[in-house]
Design a protein around this ligand. Structure first.
Ligand SMILES: Cc1ncc(COP(=O)(O)O)c(C=O)c1O
Length: 352
């Protein structure tokens, strides 16, 4: 089974056309028009290497987040930053809050790290038991947390994370927080851990999800630990962020129209889609803070459900290969109202 959503190419190769992709969690407004225009006007930048230090790009990311460019590292998607961070840190004992994004585990594969998993309990709707985590994490050098979490959509508030960090920095347990989906949360600017300015924390971000740019590959990391920042800069390959990605980061983060439109859409649509899914019998729906929703199917296996959905033109993420989930779980992206209505109708037909 595929480790990620979005393997629409496999379907296209098998002759399936007109597929609506509900497996990958990308902003339905698509590539910002400002970027399309800018790329067309700047095709000549392909003749040059991008700035090896990415000063302009880091400045733009810094302005967007209200922080200094000196605390930012950029990469070929968030995934590159994740792998570089682990390579630079070489943690010995890592605790990963799960079910979650599979690449954390993969990024540690060749590093001889002892990996353990802190289970999010279905009985608690996958909401993190902070007290329990506080106790357990103390014997690790690194805690990995996705916030909001993929695939559960659960989110930990800043106050609680602040307390967790205060506790863990005393016992030298670092925290790696993946905030790649945080911009889908209302008032995220005040909920991100960036403003904490703690050197015990490393934050991962992507332009992939909120700005609908998985194909351009642009992510970044933020930290106040200059030691790890320098280590990453030293081991990374030069120019891994291409010229168009460099341009994208300078353009779209200033596109307030696109940003405001997206914020308005997700605020309304995540409530609407959740409520509508909840009206459907034979499924359990978990409340999500992000642009996707995890669902447990009560009477049909995920594999069969996904097959039936594909026959009706909808690609859904079979979530059964996430650690601690089983063949009852699927994940839906949230898109625009018209598409969401269509998907709801098809889900009902399939479950009938
Ligand atoms: C939680 C999470 N972090 C990071 C990524 C990777 O982002 P990118 O495509 O920018 O490498 C993903 C992709 O699905 C994800 O779900």
């Amino acid at each position: 089974m595929d480790l990620h959503g979005g393997n629409i190419y496999k379907l296209l190769r098998n002759g399936k056309e007109d597929i609506l992709d509900y497996s990958s969690n990308i902003n339905p407004f698509g590539v910002p028009e400002t970027l399309k225009k800018s790329i067309l006007e700047n095709l000549d930048i392909l003749e040059k290497y991008p700035d090896i230090n990415y000063v302009g790009l880091k400045k733009s990311i810094g302005d967007y987040n209200n922080i200094s460019k000196d605390n930012i590292i950029v990469g070929n998607g968030a995934t590159e930053i994740l792998f570089l961070y682990m390579k630079a840190l070489k943690p010995k004992k890592v605790l990963i809050v799960s079910p979650t994004f599979a690449e954390y585990e993969r990024s540690l594969k060749d590093l001889d790290a002892e990996i353990s998993f802190f289970k999010l309990d279905e009985v608690n709707n996958f909401i993190l038991d902070m007290e329990k985590l506080k106790q357990e994490a103390t014997s690790y050098d690194l805690l990995v947390l996705c916030n909001p979490n993929n695939p559960t959509g659960s989110f930990m508030g800043k106050e609680e994370l602040l307390k967790l960090n205060n506790h863990l920095e005393k016992v030298k347990t670092r925290i790696f927080i993946d905030e790649c989906f945080i911009e889908f949360i209302d008032d995220w600017e005040n909920k991100s851990l960036i403003n904490l300015k703690s050197d015990n924390i490393f934050i991962l971000r992507a332009l992939t999800k909120f700005f609908a740019l998985p194909g351009i590959r642009l992510g970044y990391g933020i930290t106040y630990d200059y030691n790890i920042l320098n280590k990453i800069e030293n081991i990374r390959e030069p120019w891994s962020v291409n010229a168009f990605a460099d341009l994208a980061g300078k353009i779209i983060l200033k596109d307030t129209q696109y940003i405001d439109k997206t914020k308005k859409w997700i605020l309304e649509e995540k409530i609407w889609f959740y409520e509508k899914l909840k009206e459907i019998n034979k499924i359990k729906v978990y409340r999500s803070n992000s642009n996707f929703i995890l669902v447990r199917l009560e009477e049909i296996r995920a594999e069969i459900f996904c097959k039936l959905m594909i026959e009706k033109g909808i690609l859904v993420r079979n979530a059964s290969n996430f650690r601690f989930l089983d063949d009852k779980y699927v994940r839906f992206a949230i898109k625009d109202r018209e598409k969401n209505r269509k998907v709801l109708k098809i889900i009902k037909e399939v479950l009938k």
